[in-house]
Design a binder for this molecule. Structure first.
Ligand code: 5GP
Length: 211
């Protein structure tokens, strides 16, 4: 039976995790990486200053504004956004190479970036992490203690508005206990691997007598 899906190759799953700052997506993403050693993780470029303990090439590739603008002009970023006055972006080549090899890739990016990715990769898996309440969100941002009061206030001010973008995502995960939330994302990943769009080639192989 000839159909459009005949040439579908098993590509990796592009998992995009976002949510308001303080929702705990960083902790959840770290747990996912620990539990899924083959999960490719895209290290973003940013123009913000490194925080204490952050290492260039590990947490981010720290760049100057002209450097990032040059990458944008050359089309080297899959998406980019200005977040709290700094550029953040996802290097294109690294992500595309892994997906083409069939490896799953995790992007932990802000909402503007996630929406850009969704336009290009509607088959990606879009997970939105929310805090149990705004009070809890505020407590977490203060407790983290990595940002100035000015930045914290800006982050809190945008959080409520950001939550409404959850409607654009495929899944919403409430992060009450990080371990539990990470397990839910793992379950989602497990299910996504069996989507017809990713597995139809198996049917083709069965029909051709290869399986
Ligand atoms: P932070 O400064 O706290 O590390 O990150 C600030 C925000 O930028 C977070 O919401 C984080 O997910 C987001 N972010 C990190 N890397 C990227 C990226 O490559 N692209 C986009 N659009 N957002 C990013």
């Amino acid at each position: 039976m000839a159909n459009q899906k005949e040439n579908v190759t098993p590509k990796g799953v592009l998992l995009v995790v976002s949510g308001p700052s303080g929702a705990g997506k960083g902790t959840i993403c770290q747990m996912l990486r620990d539990r899924l050693p083959d999960l490719g993780y895209s290290i973003s470029v940013t123009t913000r200053q490194p925080r204490n303990g952050e290492v260039d090439g590990v947490n981010y590739f720290f760049k100057t504004v002209p450097e990032v603008q040059d990458m944008i002009a050359k089309g080297e970023l899959l998406e980019y956004a200005e977040v709290y006055g700094n550029y953040y972006g996802t290097p294109r080549k690294y992500v595309m190479d892994l997906l083409d090899k069939g490896q799953d890739v995790l992007l932990e990016i802000d909402i503007q970036g996630a929406l850009q990715i969704k336009k290009r990769f509607p088959e990606g898996v879009f997970v939105f992490i929310v805090p149990p309440s705004l009070e809890e969100l505020s407590a977490r941002i203060y407790k983290r203690g990595t940002d100035s009061v000015d930045v914290i206030e800006r982050r809190m001010a945008s959080a409520a508005g950001e939550l409404t973008y959850a409607a654009e995502y495929d899944y919403i995960i409430v992060n009450d206990i990080a371990e539990k939330a990470a397990n839910k994302v793992l379950t989602i990943m497990e299910a996504e691997r069996y989507r017809v769009a990713r597995t139809y080639f198996i049917v083709d192989e069965i029909c051709k007598g290869k399986a």
